[in-house]
Design a protein around this ligand. Structure first.
Ligand SMILES: Cc1cc2nc3c(=O)[nH]c(=O)nc-3n(C[C@H](O)[C@H](O)[C@H](O)COP(=O)(O)OP(=O)(O)OC[C@H]3O[C@@H](n4cnc5c(N)ncnc54)[C@H](O)[C@@H]3O)c2cc1C
Length: 471
């Protein structure tokens, strides 16, 4: 089944156009969810499936935020690297938290079937590639993932990576055969349809302006009506604003931009044989082929909202840098969305006070993590499963307001610069090694011809210097 990507920025998908319903009358529910992105809709779907009465209040429309503007790659894990996770919570809890992230991915898979969400176009396999030549690090990472964290992974040597993704920019790779990709936009609208079918009510154009969470029954105020609920789940990402400004300030908004190219024909097959998502280990580039011969590519980030169209040229140039053989590519669509980054890199999952919950801060990896979070919260509310407490070590930390945004942008730029420099250095070393090999081969041939004893590889410069200094 092929994927279709109408402009994710402005043009609505005709399959998705529906009459929006606004909340214009007072209502009572068991659970009120604020925000209709993947995070809020998973809560709504799961709670409705378990028989609760649910109302979702969305300020704009379903999928208006990052959830309607993402690449649809679903894999285990979090924004926070696994080593940092272990350092933070210890090995055993890290294992459990990681296992939950895997279950989140499997939850998305269980919804993302053609029967439940027609046109979802699930395809298997994700490749994480390294910008630097770090084979030994890769081996320890592979061991940790497969042996300690029970995640199916394969290590790919440089040659295999470059056979599938034909660029000299990438070295080794970690292939996740059980990770997958879907039409991300269809997923968020599909979740809304499933939640409605299960009995949840979704009200759009209904911003929540304040919440009184002090009593047993919480009071939620919107411009034209009020709602009362025993539980409120805040799933507003960086956009939450007035209802709990302090919570919004614990997220650093990072806008990420992406494009879909015009059809690239045969030259795309020459450049990229791999059919799944590819992402580099520094989190700079993330791309995959869609609709057979188009390239969907996410790359630049800002800590302020900008028109996505501004980044079309930058992404086209980035594609050309990585795949020079593709030549000039025409950009057909540009889109972007705000991800919420926490200071510690882990999502915000838990109960702020009795009956007031948060599911947010999923950063760049929101599909598996929001799915897991939604299930944990609903299971705590309805069946008393308290595993969400595993996330308690990751408290709400103020993200630094406007100063934090500037710092975040600088750190991001520095990270990208450092990653580009490390990549360039790795490619330089690789070229130097290749030249050394050619020189060694020539020397060997000359030695053989001259009948002298061959020296297979020159000693490193430092060793030569040491030898000379010792004389
Ligand atoms: C370009 C890009 C590519 C990405 N690719 C991937 C990917 O391949 N895989 C992956 O796992 N993740 C990806 N992500 C990250 C992922 O999209 C996000 O982590 C995820 O969508 C966040 O979902 P959310 O529901 O928390 O937030 P959002 O989607 O932002 O939803 C929040 C909703 O809450 C509403 N809201 C906020 N405040 C209020 C209020 N007061 N009243 C009523 N409604 C309110 C907003 O209008 C909004 O609709 C990508 C993100 C971007 C931008």
């Amino acid at each position: 089944m092929s994927e279709t990507f109408p402009s994710a920025t402005t043009r609505p998908d005709s399959a998705i156009i529906r009459e929006r319903q606004r909340l214009s009358f007072d209502l009572d529910a068991d659970i009120c969810v604020v925000g209709a992105g993947v995070a809020g809709l998973t809560v709504a779907l799961e709670a409705a499936r378990l028989g609760a009465s649910v109302a979702v209040l969305e300020g704009r429309h379903v999928g208006w935020g990052a959830s309607g503007h993402q690449l649809g790659t679903v894999m285990p894990g979090y924004n926070l690297p696994i080593g940092d996770l272990i350092a933070r919570v210890g090995f055993e809890d890290a294992r459990e938290i990681w296992a939950l992230s895997r279950q989140g991915a499997e939850y998305v898979r269980s919804n993302a079937t053609e029967q439940l969400i027609p046109g979802i176009a699930l395809s298997e396999g994700v490749l994480e590639v390294s910008n630097v030549d770090a084979g030994d690090q890769l081996i320890s990472r592979l061991q940790m993932l497969s042996e300690d964290f029970e995640t199916e992974v394969e290590g790919w040597q440089v040659e295999r990576v470059r056979d599938e993704v034909r660029t000299g920019h990438y070295f080794h790779g970690v292939y996740y055969p059980r990770a997958f990709q879907i039409d991300g936009r269809k997923y968020v609208h599909g979740l809304a349809a499933l939640a409605r079918r299960a009995g949840a009510r979704i009200f759009e154009d209904t911003p929540v302006v304040s919440i009184d969470s002090s009593g047993v029954r919480k009071r939620i105020v919107t411009p034209s009506a009020r709602l009362r609920a025993s539980h409120v789940v805040l799933a507003g990402n960086v956009h939450l604003g007035a209802p709990l400004q302090r919570l919004s300030e614990t997220l650093l908004p990072v806008w990420r931009y992406a494009t879909v190219t015009a059809p690239l024909g045969e030259r795309l097959k020459e450049a990229i044989r791999f059919q799944g998502s590819v992402m580099d280990s520094d989190g700079v580039d993330h791309f995959r082929i869609v609709n057979g011969d188009r390239l969907m590519w996410a790359s630049p980030e800002t800590t302020w909202a900008a028109r996505p169209q501004r980044f079309a040229g930058a992404i086209a140039r980035r594609i050309r840098t990585i795949f020079p053989d593709l030549g000039d590519v025409e950009i057909a669509e540009v889109f972007g969305g705000a991800t919420g980054q926490t200071v510690h890199g882990m999502p915000q999952i838990g109960q702020l006070r009795r009956g007031l919950w948060v599911t947010s801060g999923f950063g760049r990896q929101g599909l598996n993590t929001s799915a897991m979070s939604g299930q944990l919260i609903v299971r705590s509310i309805l069946v008393g499963d308290d595993r969400w407490r595993l996330f308690s070590p990751f408290e709400l930390v103020w993200a630094g307001g406007p100063t934090g945004r500037i710092a975040g942008q600088l750190v991001g730029l520095w990270g990208r610069g450092a990653s580009a420099a490390a990549g360039a250095l790795a490619r330089y070393r690789e070229r130097a090694r290749a030249q050394d090999d050619i020189r060694d081969a020539r020397r060997l041939k000359a030695n053989l011809q001259a009948g002298t004893r061959p020296q297979t590889r020159r000693p490193p410069a430092g060793a030569e210097r040491g030898k000379n200094e010792g004389v």
